[in-house]
Design a protein around this ligand. Structure first.
Ligand SMILES: Cc1ncc(COP(=O)(O)O)c(C=O)c1O
Length: 408
């Protein structure tokens, strides 16, 4: 059932990463006179072979491969081809084994984070509408829910696009067909003909998931041209494992791209956003002027660390797909425990059933308690809600003192 994702031992992981590093250029042993980069400063970062021999990730950091460009396209900087192949496999694993894509039918890269991956999608679709339909920039807009991440507003600003937000129900955080319809009609009245739709697979504050058909039904009825991106920055490494009926995958022809962040639920280092898109789309973000980069550059970022891709690959391979399911299963159980303790105490909260975020109404919680236990408010100046995210370190032992504090 899993095509690429197969659990590996530490020895196998080490051997694969060290062989990949061997295939990259070696700054100290070869003539590499023209790249404006080197291994990490050895006055600060040890290059001692004894220290590094059992540490594939640190070795990758020290050797400092640059993964500039998009490697799933087939042609990119040959200097770092060994570790780029690892990134290519990671992209394939996420697209095929997590999000149901057909083998070799998606492109993607490891971005600086969810913000960049969302911007990459919006940039591609803006250019797609302009190039394919001769759309004027002010005929294109972003359509998303009011609970979407603020990176949509950033993207609207940077790419000079208007943004329309579908209101959500304040209690169940859901959008509806009717609300999508009203918002789209409002956009059409303002001259919008092309829609960049962002559908959430777990929102930042509430962990809610947008029913994709709310968007697709209504935009189809209105005969609107649209492209749909799923923001799974938070949910991508979680929700596909909790909802066996998940319709947000590459099996769904209405979806063209996804953002997944490994530096959230996958406990990877920062700088591990993952952008995935169906073949024949990423080229709309190609910068032909990137002539000194082999294979040119279809990404927003430019130079980026190859060690980041290696970290995510190692995490997924070490856990394996079944280890991952177990990890998510435990977090779900802890979340259920917390919800039941809150219910027993009549504390109002929101939780999407397939998610590990519990968001508590601020009138049920004193600010001092929220601060003491590190809960995050929706708004620092006037909090309406505080969230708890059940992560690896948020154990029942850590939740018990919080529950006790609610009673005192
Ligand atoms: C749903 C969602 N999208 C996008 C982002 C942005 O991710 P990053 O901070 O990695 O840029 C976040 C961050 O919390 C998020 O929750």
């Amino acid at each position: 059932m899993f095509k690429i994702w197969v659990k590996k031992s530490q020895e196998e992981i080490k051997s694969i990463i060290f062989s990949a590093l061997e295939e990259n250029v070696n700054y100290s042993k070869q003539y590499i006179l023209g790249i404006p980069a080197s291994y990490l400063d050895d006055k600060v970062f040890s290059q001692d072979e004894f220290f590094l021999k059992d540490a594939p990730f640190i070795s990758a950091l020290v050797q400092n491969p640059n993964h500039i460009g998009c490697h799933s396209l087939g042609h990119s900087e040959s200097y770092f081809k060994g570790t780029q192949a690892i990134e290519k496999e990671l992209i394939e694993l996420c697209a095929v084994d997590i999000l149901g894509g057909q083998p070799l039918q998606q492109d993607g890269y490891v971005s600086s984070g969810g913000t960049e991956a969302n911007m990459q999608a919006i940039w591609i679709y803006r250019n797609y509408f302009m190039q394919k339909f001769a759309a004027k920039r002010d005929e294109i807009c972003i359509l998303c829910s009011e609970d979407s991440h603020y990176s949509m507003d950033k993207a609207a600003n940077i790419f000079v696009l208007d943004i329309f937000k579908v209101p959500v129900d304040q209690d169940n955080r859901a959008i509806t067909n009717e609300r999508v319809n009203q918002t789209a009609i409002e956009a059409i009245a303002k001259g919008k003909k092309y829609f960049i739709v962002i559908c959430n697979m777990m929102t930042t504050m509430f962990g809610s998931v947008d029913p994709i058909e709310n968007y697709t039904d209504e935009l189809d009825k209105l005969d609107c041209e649209f492209k749909l991106h799923v923001d799974a920055a938070f949910g991508g490494f979680y929700y596909p494992f909790t909802d066996s009926q998940n319709v947000m995958s590459f099996q769904n022809p209405a979806i063209t791209s996804f953002t997944l962040d490994a530096h959230k639920m996958a406990q990877a280092p920062y700088g591990t956003g993952i952008f995935l898109i169906r073949k024949n789309h990423i080229e709309y973000a190609n910068t032909e002027q990137a002539s000194y980069v082999e294979g040119e550059d279809c990404t927003l970022i430019g130079s980026r660390s190859g060690a980041n891709a290696i970290a995510v690959w190692m995490i997924l391979m070490k856990n394996g797909p079944f280890g991952w399911q177990e990890k998510v299963f435990i977090l779900q159980k802890r979340t259920e425990w917390l919800c039941s303790e809150l219910s027993k105490r009549n504390i109002q909260f929101y939780r999407y059933s397939k998610s590990n975020i519990v968001t508590i109404r601020s009138h049920n919680l004193e600010k001092e308690i929220a601060d003491e236990f590190g809960l995050v408010p929706d708004n620092h100046s006037e909090p309406q809600w505080y969230k708890i995210v059940i992560m690896e370190h948020v154990t029942i032992e850590k939740l018990i003192p919080f529950i006790n504090a609610l009673e005192s």
